[in-house]
Design a protein around this ligand. Structure first.
Ligand code: MN
Ligand code: MN
Length: 463
């Protein structure tokens, strides 16, 4: 059973729609490289589309009704958008969920040191990172520094054409005979992912000596540009990410090369679908969450009570405030857990089982199950639900494929699917195939981005 390449079915109008969506998507992932930046951009897009904050909704002084559009954020790193349908929420919601955190290098709490007349920032990697990807490549610094006076300073260096960038050095090949004999996992030590940020000492007139003059020069610049000092790193969240914009890829411009497509390709298309469908019968929800890459833990991860509490708040404002109604709403819901899939890579063909692999350009990927060692840890979606999803996709003319994450025993992975499934709702993994997942520059195919958007829209409208 082969699924056709989605590009073959497009007319000029479809190509125009695809290019517009993918242009906007490229801009989104170029501008927004942290979960905080994604939340800020999502709030702006939601407000422009007529959404109000949960606080504003509470202050309305009337019961929420069909057509009311609400958003709520959690620790500035997770966001939920809700479009109230004509049906009571108790009958269930149609939920699109994706994650907006991506693998990267976080600065340690005490990151700064000087050695060899250079200043370095020490990092602790976040998520599944191959350390050797991160050396000898231009890097940018994004994040926030929260000061004791309650103010927050936003930092973003390395993206504009005139910005400086940062870099982690690699050992020259001339001295690398020992390094090159090591397994790839050990060739670069994660502890050595220290970013070079300065190479110029302060010069002090007179007899005074500065013990660490390059570090001092760097700190003076931080104070001058951001009003922060070394102690302020203690209360900062600064992320080292690849510098530069996402690009069109291939002479035919059919693909996108960009950082953080896991999982912003699903997050962006879910958000766009949520904002595009204005009137719904079943309440639609778009959930963009943090911390998926480290197990969905913490206050802003999917396992926190934020989602459930926000649904409870909104149901109360809609006159459906009982705890039984909340439980029913959650159990009656349907969800697409939208996360990227492993695209078939012919250079590593033996890691895949071709009949059940996702092919680039063949449309939205449905993973009935994920997991490893016998579907371990997986949400295994019901056949009944898969039948409904197939019907929705076919009726809306969405190109889709079904797949597994590689051949049995090759590895494995999980998503947020199992967490929502705990409420008893129907959940299936649905996302975009990418190549080089978790590398600095992941590859997607524009047709798959477009089909994901169409699929998410169809799901909101008809699930
Ligand atoms: Mn993911
Ligand atoms: Mn991932």
């Amino acid at each position: 059973m082969e699924r056709p390449n989605a590009w073959k079915a497009y007319d000029a109008a479809a190509i125009a729609e695809l290019e517009e969506l993918c242009g906007d998507y490229r801009a989104f992932i170029s501008e927004n490289k942290t979960e905080r930046e994604c939340v800020t951009a999502s709030v702006a897009a939601a407000r422009e589309a007529g959404y109000m904050s949960l606080d504003e909704a509470a202050a309305l002084g009337r019961e929420l009704t069909a057509g009311d559009k609400i958003y709520a954020t959690c620790h500035n790193k997770t966001i939920m958008l809700v479009n109230l349908g004509t049906q009571p929420i108790e009958q269930g919601m149609n939920i699109l969920g994706a994650h907006i955190d991506s693998p990267r290098l976080d600065l340690k709490q005490n990151p700064l040191y000087e050695a060899g007349d250079m200043a370095y920032l020490d990092t602790h990697y976040y998520g599944g990172v191959k350390a050797y990807h991160w050396v000898a490549t231009p890097l940018a610094l994004h994040g926030v520094v929260c000061k004791k006076d309650g103010t927050t300073v936003e930092v973003r260096v390395g993206e504009d054409a005139n910005d400086p960038v940062f870099c982690i050095s690699d050992l020259l090949i001339h001295l690398a005979s020992d390094q090159l004999k090591k397994p790839a996992a050990e060739a670069v030590d994660h502890e050595n992912l220290d970013v070079i940020v300065g190479g110029r000492p302060v010069v002090i007139e007179g007899d005074e000596e500065e013990k660490e003059p390059v570090k001092r020069f760097f700190l003076d610049l931080l104070t001058e540009k951001y009003g922060i000092d070394e102690e302020d790193f203690l209360s900062a969240e600064l992320e080292v990410v690849p510098a530069g914009a996402a690009r069109e890829m291939g002479l035919d411009r059919s693909m996108i090369l960009g950082y953080g497509q896991d999982d912003r390709v699903c997050a962006y298309t879910s958000l766009a679908a949520q904002l595009a469908v204005t009137e719904v019968e079943r309440t639609s929800v778009c959930l963009l969450v943090d911390k998926e890459e480290i197990g969905s833990v913490g206050a802003s991860g999917m396992t926190s009570r934020f989602f459930e509490n926000t649904v409870a708040e909104i149901m109360a404002l809609a006159g459906e405030g009982s705890s039984l109604a909340l439980r029913r709403a959650l159990a009656n819901s349907r969800m697409l857990s939208s996360d990227v899939s492993a695209g078939f890579d012919t250079l590593y063909a033996d890691r895949f089982e071709k009949k059940n692999a996702a092919f680039m350009g063949h449309g939205l990927c449905f993973n009935k199950y994920t997991g490893s060692r016998g579907k371990g840890g997986s949400n295994d979606a019901d056949a009944e639900y898969m039948a409904l999803v197939r019907d929705i996709m076919d009726e809306a003319g969405v190109a889709f494929q079904t797949c597994e994450l590689g051949r049995i025993g090759a590895g494995g992975g999980g998503t947020i699917a199992y967490i929502l499934a705990e409420y008893g709702m129907d959940v299936i993994d649905a996302g975009v195939a990418v190549l080089s997942m978790h590398s600095l520059w992941e590859i997607s195919n524009k047709a798959d981005v477009y089909e994901a958007y169409k699929g998410y829209k169809a799901f909101i409208e008809r699930a």
